[in-house]
Design a protein around this ligand. Structure first.
Ligand code: SPV
Ligand code: MN
Length: 629
């Protein structure tokens, strides 16, 4: 340790905490910690080395500080974020850039010096009344080429507690990697708290991402997406690093799909928020590795994926005993779970939108004391029993369908990548792309998702969301797409790329064409395709299933009769809609995105030509079997 840093840290830390820091042989870490303490000036400091006592201390501190309250079920606690601090704050999230650096118009940035000055001003002495928790975690499994050690410095015991459920312990990983460790740092302060222990200085809420120093600063907020450093804050740092080093950081689930004779084939899948990502990872009969963020790397000619996390920060709205039996059971058993922004009843129970049973007649939720009919003072609208973005935080080990591969340092060998969005009229329920480049461009980079009435008031507005990663990009979109293209194009047998659509409606009646459980069949079909065990029909936009194969799988998997009419309704190629989509996507890339790889326009143009040819020969709506050779 450098003498000056050593002297400073010794003056501020208790001897046992100083020793924990000193054991990590990394002067840069010591400097980052010292600088953070200097800026924030905490009342007390606690350093965790992941011992059971240290983890227990953090859990206790959350109760002691009133950031969490105990519920009736042992291990369950509840946390509230401020009524106006319930989601990621896109508007106040900035990249710090030097003059001449540019991430393109889609990414919000600020002049680096200006931003650093703002941080220094807002964070000066911000922890005077608070304890600072310094904790170490690891992104990806430990002892792995995927491992990225991280230090989280936060004055919120709720944030530190959440981290312990969501991420693997990282203290030993810091010691192991020593000077080689290219760690990420997160400095967070919840700032001033009101009587409900929620952040109240919201005009000074900020998230600043500094790619140069691999550090993210977050202040005057508690909502997990703004504060849990290793989640979406680290994701920006990791996307940038991955793009420089030739691997991928993706907004993807990881799961094992169980094929015939005990075979397990691993899939990753990218879906925008509220489009079925977690419910796919939790599908009955399959095994979850992760539900939100994945790293992908090559090894030889193969691709391996890991879950960056070990827990789930899941949306609780709509979880019920019938559709989500495994979450339902886990949420009702003793175990370490943090509920956030749901209703707490006088008996210490919880309730949320869409939960089985009657809505309680009173309790406390994200808005304070609550009764049915309570109105939002500003909008005059009724405040629901829980916030639509209310969540639960738990380690995946509480689930019986957890894959035994979750912590494998080698990762899982990837068989397929899936992209899906909310699309009422264009994509068929499942389709295989022709090859890697076609899949990245025509499926991933062309992803759109329709907004729901619940979120924006306007239904059916399509939002462009490449790889469902738009909110988290830290490189220009064009470069990000190029990295994805390059990642698989040289491989002899890259993972297959599929597109899925759980939200297709009938062309005339506008009724849903799929049941929630149908996706279980699509994944079994894709699993067989990965191994070349089923034939498929070639359409202008990719390969789709044969009726007989689906019929057999519907019977096997769901014990359901799948009619030919259902197949035709679902898999008819809708040429005008597909052409319109190409037009929309092309316009976006021509006008709103600089430096788009030329190959993108080439792939889209070829797709357009194939569609036009098919239209000339077979018409606007082409039933799948008319495409058989
Ligand atoms: C998402 O919105 O994609 C999430 C939750 O996973 S958050 O942590 O807010 O990003
Ligand atoms: Mn997410």
């Amino acid at each position: 340790m450098e003498p000056e840093t050593k002297e400073f840290l010794k003056s501020r830390l208790r001897p046992e905490d100083y020793e924990k820091l000193a054991r990590i042989p990394h002067p840069r870490l010591h400097r980052v910690v010292a600088r953070s303490i200097q800026i924030c000036n905490p009342k007390r400091i606690f350093v965790s080395d992941d011992s059971p006592e240290d983890i227990a201390y953090i859990r206790q501190a959350a109760l002691r500080d009133g950031e969490e309250r105990a519920l009736a079920v042992p291990g369950h606690t509840i946390h509230f974020d401020n009524y106006k601090d319930q989601a990621r704050d896109r508007k106040h999230t900035y990249f710090l850039l030097r003059e001449g650096e540019d991430l393109g118009p889609a990414l919000r940035s600020r002049d680096r010096q200006e931003g650093l000055d703002d941080i220094a001003e807002i964070m000066a002495d911000i922890m005077q009344e608070h304890e600072l928790y310094i904790c170490f975690f690891c992104l990806g499994p430990t002892h792995s080429e995927f491992s990225i050690p991280c230090v989280q410095m936060t004055d919120s015991s709720y944030v530190a507690h959440s981290d312990t459920l969501l991420y693997r312990p990282g203290y030993e990983e810091f010691v192991r990697q020593g000077l080689q460790g290219r760690f990420f740092s997160f400095l967070h302060s919840q700032g001033q708290l009101d009587e409900r222990r929620t952040s109240c200085n919201l005009e000074q809420r900020r998230v600043y991402i500094d790619l140069e120093d691999d550090i993210v600063y977050s202040m005057n907020t508690q909502y997990g997406g703004n504060t849990i450093g290793l989640k979406k804050l680290a994701m920006r740092l990791a996307i940038n690093r991955a793009s420089q080093e030739g691997w991928l950081t993706e907004h993807m689930l990881v799961m094992g799909v169980n094929g015939p004779a005990g075979r397990v084939t691993y899939f990753t899948g990218a879906f925008p928020s509220l489009c079925g990502k977690t419910s796919t990872a939790m599908m009955e009969g399959e095994n979850i590795v992760g539900d939100d963020i994945a790293y992908l790397r090559h090894r030889g000619d193969e691709v391996y994926a890991v879950n960056v996390e070990k827990g789930v920060f899941g949306i609780i709205q709509g979880i019920n005993s019938e559709d989500d039996p495994l979450f339902w059971q886990a949420l009702h058993r003793p175990g370490e779970i943090i509920f956030s922004n749901v209703l707490i009843t006088p008996e210490g129970g919880v309730h949320w939108i869409g939960k089985d049973g009657q809505t309680p007649s009173r309790g406390e939720n994200h808005s304070g004391p609550w009764r049915p009919g309570k109105l939002d003072e500003e909008t005059g609208r009724e405040i629901p029993v829980s916030h639509p973005n209310a969540r639960f935080t738990m380690d995946l080990k509480l689930l019986p369908n957890l894959s035994p591969e979750r912590d494998n340092p080698a990762g899982v060998k990837l068989g397929a990548v899936v992209y899906g969005g909310r699309d009422s009229d264009t994509w068929v329920p499942v389709e295989q792309s022709f090859d890697w480049v076609h899949g990245i461009i025509a499926k991933g980079a062309s992803l759109e998702s329709e907004t729901t009435a619940a979120t924006l008031g306007k239904e059916g507005v399509r939002e462009f969301n490449p790889m469902s990663n738009r909110d988290f990009l830290s490189v220009p979109i064009g470069r990000y797409i190029q990295s994805n293209v390059d990642f698989g194009r040289e491989l002899e047998q890259p993972p297959l790329i599929f597109a899925v659509n759980y939200f297709l409606r009938h062309r005339e009646t506008k009724k849903w064409l799929n049941d929630k459980t149908d996706k279980r069949v699509w994944y079994k079909w894709m699993e067989l395709r990965v191994h070349g065990e089923v034939e498929a029909i070639r359409t202008p936009t990719g390969w789709i299933p044969l009726y007989e194969d689906l019929r057999r799988l519907f019977r096997q998997v769901l014990d359901k009769e799948y009619t030919h009419q259902n197949y035709v309704d679902q898999f008819t190629v809708r040429v005008p809609e597909k052409l319109a989509k190409i037009e929309r996507i092309e316009q976006i890339y021509r006008h709103d995105v600089p430096d788009v790889p030329a190959i993108l326009f080439g792939v889209l143009e070829q797709e357009r030509q194939r569609l036009l040819e098919a239209q000339a020969a077979l018409g606007d709506y082409i039933e799948p079997e008319r495409l058989l050779p």
